[in-house]
Design a protein around this ligand. Structure first.
Ligand code: HQG
Length: 185
C-alpha cells in the first residue's frame, strides 16, 4: 500500500517538475527549481502524505530523479518544459549508450537521435542502464553505441545531469552503431 502511494507521488512529482508545473499550481524558475514547501502542501492535500514522507521519497528515489537543495527542488533531467538546467559542459566517456526499440531504428538511422518531446537526447553511461531504459517500452529492445569521443572532438557539447544521465542536443546517425545481441549480453 505504502509503496504504491510512494510511486504515485514520485510520478506526480516527475509530471509537475518536468512537464506540467501548473498541475500543482507551481511555477518553475529559469533553472527548473520549484518551491519545496509549496509542492509539499499540494502533495499533502492530494495524497495525504506529510512533508517528511516527501523528503523520504526524494531521498530513496532509485534514480535520484529529484535534486532537493534547502527549500528548492527540481527534476535532474527529463524536462519537456523550456528550462535551462545551467549545467557546465563535460567531457563524455569515449562511448555512451542509448536504449531504444527495434522499430525506431529506421527513423533513428535516417534522422539521428532526436530529443523528441524532451529538451535533450538522453544517453546512458553503460549498457546495463541502456537496457533498463529500452525495457520501459513494449517491443523488441535495441541498444545503440554512440561514438561520443568523436562527437565531442567534432564540437558537440555534452552535459552530465545531477543523477548521472548524459545529455546532448542531437546525435547524427553517423555516430551511431547498433550493438549485436552478443555485445549487449
Ligand atoms: C526515440 C527515463 C524515432 C528514442 C530514462 C526513445 C531516460 C526516435 C524515444 C529518460 C528518434 C523518446 C529518457 C527518431 C529518438 N525517430 N524515434 N529520430 N530519436 N527516438 O522517453 O531516452 O525513468 O523521450 O530512442 O531512464 O527513452 O523518466 O527518451 O525511445 O533517462 O526518470 O524516441 O527517461 O528516465 O523517448 O528516456 P523519451 P528516452 P525516467
Amino acid at each position: 500500500m505504502r509503496v504504491s502511494r510512494d510511486v504515485q507521488i514520485s510520478k506526480f512529482m516527475s509530471l509537475v517538475l518536468r512537464h506540467a508545473p501548473e498541475e500543482a499550481g507551481l511555477v518553475l524558475d529559469d533553472n527548473g527549481w520549484a518551491d519545496f514547501d509549496q509542492l509539499c502542501r499540494v502533495i499533502e492535500t492530494r495524497f495525504h502524505a506529510p512533508k517528511p514522507d516527501v523528503e523520504r521519497i526524494v531521498a530513496e528515489n532509485p534514480k535520484k530523479r529529484f535534486t532537493l537543495e534547502g527549500n528548492r527542488i527540481r527534476a535532474a533531467q527529463g524536462h519537456s518544459v523550456a528550462i535551462d538546467l545551467d549545467l557546465s559542459p563535460s567531457a563524455p566517456p569515449d562511448v555512451l549508450y542509448h536504449g531504444t526499440k527495434l522499430e525506431f531504428l529506421g527513423p533513428i538511422f535516417e534522422q539521428g537521435l532526436k530529443s523528441q518531446s524532451r529538451q535533450h537526447v538522453h544517453l546512458s553511461k553503460d549498457i546495463a542502464t541502456a537496457r533498463i531504459v529500452a525495457a520501459r517500452r513494449k517491443g523488441a529492445d535495441a541498444i545503440l553505441a554512440v561514438d561520443s569521443a568523436t562527437m565531442a572532438k567534432d564540437g558537440t557539447l555534452f552535459f552530465l545531469s545531477e543523477n548521472g544521465v548524459w545529455l546532448t542536443s542531437h546525435v547524427p546517425s553517423r555516430y551511431l552503431k547498433q550493438l549485436t545481441e552478443q555485445e549487449v549480453s
